[in-house]
Design a protein around this ligand. Structure first.
Ligand SMILES: [Zn+2]
Ligand SMILES: [Zn+2]
Length: 244
């Protein structure tokens, strides 16, 4: 299981791309979320949009889904072997189409629905790709808004956007090799995201498993990241670097 960040910036990032990870395993791939900035990230990896085989959507904030329309149209114009499979939490499917339909419903060949572009799989608890199981984990992002992380035991837990859920992190920390956790890395407290101070309350053994993502552009320079790594156990996700 290789995890490559196509972007690891927050919702306002200019330089790092919005947060999204490309998982490669068993001769296939799965993208967690699909911001528009993924196009450049994939290009830099030598990949085209129509090589994405599976996509999972964590929630509907625009920095996580604003590349899906382009992905859908690219696959229609440059079809590959099959439509990409879109794993979408059941409660998000209708709202996702409402976001996308303004650009995808009407075409020169007639009306289209989401299923014309994607092989849509509504997911309640878990899904399996090439024998690898991914479990949905409800997160604490915005009150009453559906949002999810992904647990892929024994490889990783990917938090998606969330406030820190300490009891959950402690409950899975021993099961997984790596925890990809969001951290805004700003001095101000953001009510819908996780701060560095909160993560520092975890035992160092857990901190050492954590790769932080969805952070501000202040840490885009290599020397800023290295200084951070000298002080803390956490590592900051780096775009286009493959984590095993
Ligand atoms: Zn976000
Ligand atoms: Zn969000």
């Amino acid at each position: 299981m290789k995890v490559t960040f196509l972007g690891c910036g927050d919702g306002f990032s200019i330089e790092q791309g919005h947060n999204s990870a490309l998982l490669t395993f068993e001769n296939t791939n799965l993208c967690i979320d699909f911001p528009e900035s993924n196009h450049l990230g994939l290009h830099q990896l030598g990949m085209k949009l129509n090589q994405i085989e599976h996509i999972f959507i964590t929630h509907l904030h625009e920095d996580h889904v604003n590349g899906l329309q382009k992905l859908a149209l690219y696959h229609r114009v440059y079809p590959n072997r099959m439509k990409p499979k879109l794993y979408v939490p059941t409660g998000l499917k209708d709202d996702l189409w409402q976001i996308l339909r303004h650009g995808l419903e009407l075409t020169t060949r007639g009306k289209r629905v989401l299923e014309d572009y994607f092989d849509v799989k509504c997911v309640d608890n878990a899904f399996t790709v090439a024998g690898v199981k991914f479990e949905l984990v409800p997160t604490l992002h915005v009150p009453d808004m559906l949002s999810y992380g992904l647990l892929c035991n024994p490889y990783f837990y990917f938090s998606g956007d969330t406030r820190m859920d300490e009891s959950y992190i402690r409950s899975i920390a021993d099961e997984v090799q790596t925890i990809y956790h969001e951290c805004h890395m700003q001095d101000d407290q953001l009510p819908s995201h996780t701060s560095l101070d909160e993560l520092l309350s975890l035992p160092e053994s857990i901190q050492a498993k954590m790769i932080l993502m969805h952070y501000v552009d202040d840490y885009v320079q290599t020397d800023r990241r290295e200084k951070f790594h000298q002080v803390y156990k956490f590592r900051l996700a780096e775009p286009l670097l493959g984590y095993m």
